[in-house]
Ligand binder design. Structure first.
Ligand code: SF4
Length: 330
């Protein structure tokens, strides 16, 4: 199986589930391939292997492209063009042999049922046209009503993600074409917590995110910690709100701590092309985290605060407490 970069399938752990059933799913985006071959985690939405330098990438290729009777790529240096060529040769065989492709979609157009993938290497076009079966896993928030709406996003996304006026490859498809391409096309509309996020009056704006990664690039916390510290396929400021919104606050340590992974400087809000007020959502999520743990075990701090709350709650109790503490001090 070949895949074109899809955060939705990473979010649901599709590769791992397929591997358990003995199915090899090959990432075909160069950076995703580097992450996969290095048995690593992505650290950026747009540039998943940004934490790797050229020497490390060369070592990963030598180690993982050889083996199992296959020789390591000959004469591999850390030259970017040589590395890109090695990955091209490695992937070409996968493209030609794969019977099934899995894609995500940057957008889905409701009025024509069209799915849209934007990418910059051409691997998406290969995935979408060569295999016999195509399965697209699409978050329900990716749906836009009409082509006119898509027009706006196709201008907004490349400008905010790579600073380009348009991206190199935009692929659209609306089902099976008998003369060309996959002869079986399936679309999986993924919720996985999105309706939960939609029910959150403050947090629902996070569903507008088009994954441009502009907020990561300006975030002083992300700059210091890198993407892996967020423990999710969605790192950076958007990850700090999206993960708790999708999973629910108070469910684990990650969703409890992510709303605090911010200085609230507001740089993410300034740069976001779809005006998601990330600092306000963070503050609201912090209050939800606190609320979700009220009454959790009565430790010393909570007991002291409960006692203080009880004493300060009425003038009579307050007077009694101050006279009792004076009596105790005497
Ligand atoms: S929150 Fe805004 S800036 Fe950040 S990735 Fe999403 S659309 Fe881009």
């Amino acid at each position: 199986m070949v895949k074109v970069k899809s955060m939705a399938t990473q979010e649901i752990g599709l590769n791992e589930a397929l591997a358990e059933r003995g199915i090899a799913a090959w990432e075909t985006d160069l950076a995703e391939l580097i992450v996969q071959l290095g048995d690593d985690l992505p650290s950026h939405i747009l540039v998943p292997a940004i934490h790797r330098n050229r020497d490390e990438i060369r070592d990963i290729f030598v180690e993982s492209m050889g083996g199992a009777g296959k020789p390591a790529p000959e004469g591999l240096t850390n030259d970017p063009a040589t590395l890109a060529n090695a990955s091209r040769l490695h992937l070409r065989e996968k493209f030609l042999r794969a019977k099934v492709a899995v894609s995500g979609a940057n957008f889905a157009v409701a009025d024509s049922g069209t799915l849209v993938v934007v990418e910059s290497e051409g691997n998406g076009r290969m995935c979408l046209t060569l295999p016999e079966v195509l399965v697209s896993v699409v978050g329900i928030e990716k749906i836009v009503p009409t082509w006119e709406d898509l027009d706006v996003f196709l201008q907004t996304l490349p400008r905010s993600s790579t600073g380009e006026r348009m991206n190199p490859y935009t692929s659209t498809w609306s089902g099976v074409n008998e003369a060309d391409g996959p002869q079986e096309v399936h679309v999986v509309l993924l919720d996985n917590g999105r309706t939960r996020a939609l029910a959150d009056e403050v947090g629902r704006q996070a569903l507008r995110c088009i994954r441009c990664s502009a907020c990561l690039n300006v975030c002083p916390v992300y700059e210091r910690t890198g993407g892996k510290a967020y423990g999710s396929v969605y790192p950076g400021p958007i990850g700090a709100i999206l993960n708790p919104l999708l999973k629910g606050v108070g469910v684990d340590e990650q969703t409890d701590s992510l709303p605090y992974a911010s200085s609230l400087c507001g740089a993410c809000y300034d740069v976001c092309p779809v005006a998601i007020d990330i600092p306000s959502v963070l503050v609201d999520l912090r209050s939800q985290v606190v609320d979700s743990h009220r009454g959790d075990g009565l430790d010393g701090y909570a007991a002291a605060m409960a006692g203080a709350g009880f004493s300060f709650g009425s003038a009579t109790r307050w007077k009694l407490m101050t006279s009792a503490s004076g009596w105790l001090a005497a």
